[in-house]
Write a protein that binds this ligand. Structure first.
Ligand SMILES: Cc1ncc(COP(=O)(O)O)c(C=O)c1O
Length: 444
């Protein structure tokens, strides 16, 4: 069984040279939490420029559904590269893009009469959904949730509400976005208990937002993540989306389901909304869709896609290599990886919950499939965020060769590739606990 292998100090000598250059030439807006300078990957293993081996529980921020450099993804991408690298679906037709659209239209919840718009990223997919929702409905307002993350372009950024730094210095944002609290059962808004949070949020939308701020007939859509990602891996109550569907149907408001992080098998279903038994009007996907090749897709009911030629497009959107990688990714997901995500996710979450009995600074362990958040708190009773301790834990795991990332104010996210094996999870858990022990000693 492979284990991480750290042969140099971190960062190592070669990494240090790259970090110097990075500082000089790369935008300082990125949010790197530790100095990992990476060179090649295989499965859930990744090697840095100094030859150190790390176990990757981030999958490149929940992107590499099939792991690093899956041989079948390499094969289809190479075959496609030899034939056609680019021709722009905006102005030309090619089979890869049409085949992928047909497949997505078939697997998306609701699955009848869907059309697909392709971009290159999650932000672009959400941007397209926002434009289509306004175009089709002729309504100006949009609802979105506090804690949401939908991307960095102006429209997607305006929909987001997870960190004020994402907005700082960029105003004016686009007009017409109204943020409402997300039904977080662990830290419920409105000072109520976790069980009542779904009703409280629906009531707030209907009786505060729709009565005091905006007439519901002027609201085009509500954007939501079925499980909030960047906001802290937050799973809403089981009945929330059904209640939201009832409310939106009453007023003809579109439901836009952002599956960019939670979709493509990660939660143990192809789309995370399948856990909640609701059919959205528009679904956006990116990240895991093409195993690391850039691709975003906005899948909408055909009846909504009434925009005219020229109203929206993207030069690189639906790149043939990305599309072929996506078709193979979906095939691998359907052939066992979604099932593995559910199985390994259950195993991982049980083991992480066990850790709660030994470490009182773990306030909550939550998630579905391989989208799991471990919330680090100052005090279990007050549930106060503990970002400093969270960051220290992540640094300790890095030093031991385990790559992890933060999510939200004080959660650690577990988002490995869906190919992960039980033995690899065991190694990760062992190192994670070593890091927890180390920070416990220092707290004393
Ligand atoms: C739920 C969600 N939507 C949208 C995005 C934006 O995707 P991208 O960075 O590809 O633009 C992200 C990225 O983290 C995300 O998690």
């Amino acid at each position: 069984m492979l284990r991480p292998e750290i042969k140099t100090e971190l960062p190592g000598p070669k990494a240090k040279e790259w970090l110097k250059k990075d500082k000089r030439f790369i935008s300082p807006s990125y949010t790197r939490s530790y100095p990992a300078v990476l060179e090649r990957g295989e499965g859930v293993w990744i090697y840095d420029v100094d030859g150190n081996r790390f176990l990757d529980m981030t999958a490149g921020v929940a992107v590499l559904a099939t792991g690093h450099s899956h041989p079948e993804i390499i094969k289809v991408a190479y075959e496609q590269i030899k034939k056609l690298i680019h021709m722009s679906g905006t102005d030309f037709y090619y089979p890869a893009e049409i085949m992928l659209a047909e497949k997505l239209a078939e697997i998306v919840p609701g699955a009848q009469n869907r059309k697909v718009f392709f971009g290159n990223s999650g932000a672009e997919a959400n941007e397209a959904a926002l434009k289509l929702a306004r175009y089709h409905s002729k309504r100006p307002y949009i609802l979105a949730f506090i804690g949401a993350f939908h991307g960095r372009t102006y429209g997607a950024m305006s929909l987001s509400g997870s960190k004020s730094i994402h907005h700082k210095g960029f105003s004016p944002l686009i007009q017409g976005v109204i943020h409402v609290p997300y039904p977080d059962p662990y830290r419920p808004p409105f000072g109520i208990s976790g069980e009542e949070v779904a009703d409280a949020v629906i009531d707030y939308i209907e009786n505060v937002v729709f009565k005091k701020l905006v007439d519901p007939e002027e609201v085009a859509a509500v954007f939501f993540e079925p499980i909030q990602g960047e906001g802290g891996y937050i799973v809403p109550p089981q009945d929330f989306f059904r209640k939201l569907r009832k409310l939106t149907s009453k007023y003809g408001i579109l439901m836009v389901d952002d599956e960019v992080q939670a979709g493509m098998g990660r939660t143990g279903r192809m789309f995370a909304i399948e856990h909640f038994g609701v059919i959205p009007d528009i679904v956006t996907v990116a990240k895991g869709i093409a195993s690391g090749f850039p691709l975003g897709a906005m899948i909408a009911k055909s009846s909504l896609m009434d925009w005219s030629a020229g109203s929206h497009a993207s030069t690189f959107g639906g790149n043939p290599v990305s599309c072929m990688a996506a078709l193979k990714t979906i095939e691998l997901l359907e052939d066992g990886l979604i099932e593995n995500a559910e199985k390994m996710g259950n195993y991982l979450i049980d083991n992480l919950r066990n850790l709660m009995t030994r470490y009182d600074f773990i306030g909550d362990v939550r998630g579905k499939g391989l989208m799991i958040g471990v919330d680090i708190v100052k005090d279990r009773k007050t549930r106060e965020y503990n970002p400093e301790l969270r960051d220290r834990i992540i640094n300790e795991t890095f030093k031991r060769g385990l790559l992890m990332l933060a999510a939200g104010p004080s959660a650690i996210r577990w988002a490995p590739a869906l190919i992960v094996k039980k033995e690899e999870i065991d190694v990760a858990l062992e190192i994670f606990e070593e890091a927890l022990k180390t920070v416990t000693k220092r707290r004393r």
